[in-house]
Design a protein around this ligand. Structure first.
Ligand code: SIN
Length: 312
């Protein structure tokens, strides 16, 4: 191969929904700010792709502090979708594409199907390789999970965005629902190319001394190790119900074993979020560990183990 890197011969390379990644680890949305520079730091640290922070049609300040609180085995955050608006952020996406060597997935939100579509279209025009719909933020009114918890609203948003863009469309689902497979099916039937499972679990923290909720917004979303068993069950349920639909596992991945568990449940790739805040080397460590695992178990690629936990 003359030292040339070939994705085809790389056991860690994965393709889903029209995207090809050199390894199956992806930076989750909302971690490390907006700049192309910080996305590039993660890409250089070994992420196979990056998802931007969620961006909307207009600038939004987000909530006042405190916006993050440490929980027993994770973090609870309620930032309130702060973002500079798609017009300003398009420049950052454009710049990202000149420096990053991995796919850039734009996370978008809106307050109507049309708004989601406008933001997604602008992100794609700026160079985003795919769009991830945030229909699962658990605490901002009239967007996020308020849309993603209703099969009807979710279908409308997915269909409208799908008609507006020519790039892969990924839908990030909420775990805060009775049956995630109902929403997964609605998203896929409306045109989603892949699903991310899952966003944060709705949560809160109270300070016993001040006798008040800690977050300024009172309610936030729990991420990190505490949510992994829930996220894993969601991926398993979706794979069982929808078979070959590509799923990206998200929730508490911090090491290679977590990632492998998600692949076995049915995920084609994993997103890593909370763990990045503690360890920016996490992508390389996970990828290396998965490679060693595949060799030890005599498998030739990640895709060979996707969904194997479902074998009877
Ligand atoms: C936030 O900005 O508060 C978090 C966004 C999300 O949970 O989707």
């Amino acid at each position: 191969m003359n030292g040339e890197f070939s994705l085809e011969s790389n056991p860690l390379s994965i393709s889903f929904a029209g995207l090809t990644l050199a390894n199956p680890t992806i930076l989750a949305s909302g971690i490390l700010g907006y700049s192309a520079e910080s996305l590039n730091r993660v890409a250089k640290g070994g992420a196979g792709a990056v998802v931007t922070k969620s961006v909307g049609i207009a600038p939004r300040a987000g909530y006042s502090n405190p916006t993050v609180v440490q929980a027993e085995s994770g973090l609870i955050n309620a930032m309130g979708l702060p973002n500079p608006g798609i017009e300003v952020y398009s420049e950052e996406i454009r710049f990202s594409k000149t420096v990053l060597r991995v796919p850039v997935i734009a996370s978008v939100f809106g307050y109507s199907a049309e708004e989601y579509a406008v933001v997604a279209k602008r992100a794609v025009e700026a160079g985003a390789d795919a769009v991830e719909l945030n229909v699962s933020c658990p605490h901002v009114k009239q967007t996020g999970a308020e849309i993603g918890q209703s099969p009807k609203f979710l279908s409308e948003v997915v269909q409208t965005v799908k008609a507006a863009i020519s790039k892969p469309l990924i839908v990030k689902l909420s775990p805060n629902v009775a049956d995630i497979t109902v929403l997964a099916r609605a998203a896929v039937e409306a045109g989603a190319d892949a699903l991310t499972a899952v966003n944060t679990l709705k949560a809160m923290a109270i300070d016993a001394e001040t006798m008040r909720p800690i977050l300024s917004n009172v309610r936030g979303g729990l991420s990190g190790a505490a949510v992994k068993p829930v996220a894993l069950r969601c991926v398993y349920d979706i794979h069982e119900a929808l078979g070959d639909v590509p799923v990206v596992g998200c929730g508490g991945v911090a090491n290679w074993r977590d990632a492998v568990e998600f692949f076995l449940a049915g995920a084609s790739a994993v997103q890593i979020g909370t763990a990045v805040a503690e360890n920016t080397e996490v992508f390389q460590a996970v990828t290396k560990g998965v490679e060693t695992y595949l060799r030890r178990k005599h498998y030739g690629s990640v895709k060979e183990i996707v969904g194997l936990a479902h074998r009877k």
